[in-house]
Write a protein that binds this ligand. Sequence first.
Ligand SMILES: [Zn+2]
Length: 964
Amino acid sequence: MIKKLLRALLILILLLIPFKVIASQDIYSNCEYEIIDDVRYIKLSSVAIVHKLTLQWSDSDKSVRTTYNDKNLIFSTNNDIVYINDDMYYFGEIKLIKGYTYVPQNATVIFNEGYTAYLLDEPVEYKYINGIVTKIDVEKNNITTSVIKKYLINQIEYFCIDELAQFFNIEPVKAQNSDYIMLMNNEHEVYFYVQSDNINLNGTNITTDNIIYMDNRYYAPNNLLDFLIETFVTDYNNNTDNPTTSSEDESLYTTYIFDDPSVKYVSMKQVSDIAGYNYQWYYMNRYAVIERDNDKFFILVPSSIIMKDDLLYKGYSIKEDNDIVYIEYRALEVFGLIHKDDIEDPSNEVLPDEDDQNPSESDLGTKLPSGYIPIRQFAEYINGTVMWDSENFSAILTHKDTEYTFDTRNFKIYVNEIEVHGYDFKFEDGITHVNTSLEELISSTNILYKEYEEYDLIYIKSPTATLKTHYPLSDPNRIVLDIGDCDSVNNSESVKGQFFNSIRVLNEPDNLKRIVFDLISKNNYEISKTKGVLEVKVFKTGTNNTQPSSSEQSGIVPGSTINDENENTKPNNKADIKVETDKIIVNTLDYENYEIKRISDPNRIVLFIPNSFSDIKEFPIKENSRYIKKVTSYYSDEGLYIEVELSNQCRYEIIEISETKLVMDIYSQKIINMSYYNYSDRKYINITGLSLADQYGVVNSNVKVAKNEMITTIEFIDSNYRLTAGVLYVNDDFIEKIQVKRINEKVIMTIFAKQKIDLYFNSARTSYTNINFIPENMTYSGSVVIDAGHGGYDPGAVASSVYESNINLKIALKVQAILENNNINVFMMRKTDEYVGLYERAHVANLIEASLFVSIHSNAFSNSAYKGIMTLVYPSSVQSNKLSGKQFGTVLQKNLIKATSAIDRGVIDRPNLIVLNSTKMPASLVECGFMTNAEELAALQSEEYQNILAQGIAAGIIEALRLK
Ligand SMILES: [Zn+2]
């Protein structure tokens, strides 16, 4: 804690330094100086006059020595280090100009009283030196500095992302297809996408700018550099978002900027110092108390509320960083330190008029600009997706299952495998730019054609059309296809094939189109729906020479190949098909040249084995089969078709066991970024990279939740494609499965529960969401919630490398065991080292209608002499319960003191603790001892004392339950 504070102070001072320099600039105004590369270097002998120093030049190590305030100072021109006694400081180059030593102006801060910053205490540090972030590698006395280089590409300054990664000692992750590079540290991940030019920070697209991939390296425009450095530099110094000082404020107080540059904050610590308030931060409750005379203000960080007496002031933004509370500048009016008139409303100042908004943003999805635009942008307009195929140097745009391939080597466009003409595109700086006229091809129904030796391939490419029926007619020989949901069909080039003379499109009523192929002779044909297009193959006469059947219909229609077994000769090999759990085993003499095809709606996999047959048409499914819904077979004289209907788009694998044995293994898809947790009593889905609610549990407006008995559907937009489609088979006593379906950016998550459930969403941190499951049947109703404080990335207090979160959990698990031995129903908020949001703890307890809530913590204080146990309660629990929170706390405290004989620090009102003020049942937070006291820390770590504590807590709970 103290180290953290010192560090915070150091960083704070570091941030303040440039302003102090400016403020004290005038004392050096008569000094001789040189400006080199915008940096002001002051002649050291001039500085010596200001501070009355005696300088001594040492030729052996090319340095200047002096003493100041009893400190030995050495300015080394060899390694640019300023030594103050044995400490090393770095301010930039120390120059020798015409035989005189010059130091950067910012080095004069060392003559300021109480100077502590710029001390190099880490092997690698990043400092703003003369406005440029500089990496300083300290290895013994050998200091090297580096800055990030600029590259001029097409007259624009770029930096190399690979070099940025190296600068921060980050190993970048690069896409195999060269579409992105990703830099990641403990806190952040930043993706740079080449094709889409998107820059994505922690799952959110923050901006679009030209990202270039060249000679195996990635480049981004230089104007992004500051932002990225901020992202990574602050992380190296500190794990939370440091404020940056805002330079243009002329007020009494230093102002700071957090995430939004238009909102200025002041440090309440500094304000208190200046305004004569006493500032006290309560780190555990996350509030600060500002006190002067009879005025007492509470600043509650989690709820962004300032409280004075009974008055609540809301609507101000409040931040906390390293135990310092920052409030929005305008909130100073609450303290009477500024007046309303002093405040310019930043919202008036900064927000652009709606008319001024970037048209490409506001018009997204509604109107296409004309001309060439990056393919990613185009894809967004049409709701498609883009992939870069690095092997073939092609961009692949997928829209409604149809693939549009842009071959950047040959500048050809293909729809699936058929080339289309009349559209073009550009390839510039590694980015495919398509002409927006392409939209016409994508949104309309077109007939496309390609010749093969054995057959003519015709696509009926349509975003909407469905095949209603098809049949052959003779005399003259024709194929007739009826297509529904189709406004018009583009058939401008009158297509003539090798095996057909023409294709005619006839308009029928009800949006029906009849497409007639006039055949050369009695050609066989095959119709299937693959990759979003209706594929018609018209075969050369004499090939595929079975009669086309007039059988229906949607999906794949193996027109010419399906046969009624009565009319056909059986192939030679009898196949033995066995259906196991999610596995199909086929034994047949000859499975050479088998083919496999995936069909959707319903999801099926069709396995074709030539020269084989089976007399069994449908196979029984194993009861515990998770993915296989139905297995059927049929055969023609060519071979056997095994059609496996699946519960979703499962993955499959064909394993050739032996020359006669083939196994098709079917398994689920893993859902990326989504996991289900059920090892504590709290059951929840964790989604990383997506925030669907806020820390208070308020679900975002674009998240739709619908419940129908035991099926819950959650719909939301995931434009960053964090989640993959798939099914998570849970099969615990709570959830059967969780299915994620995607339709472009829309995600439909369906939860199939085994009992009726309520959901509670929470995103206590940005970029993740927990969806808690609460049973409606009140399995946990009336149970006692045992809440082990902190956990996961929040260790709570840390003393001598001991984490509070771990001690709390150990005691909590012991309390659970004792209570359960006494037949008391217990709900454990956590049973492992995991993070649970504070509101999440409170709301989950409310939703399960718990009878009591006990949060278990251990204390810390700056004075290591402090010992003892205290219980924190919500002061005025005027709940309908017979037992108030205060009474409950009193019972707990009494039992704890009785069990432990520890110092009794009493029952203390804590109105602002979330777990106490947001819970509806009697709730208390026990502080089991002071980790900052050596004796109690040793006790808290011992199993023996943990048992005693647990017995005290359990005894208190048992007594309270009797009183209730
Ligand atoms: Zn704690």
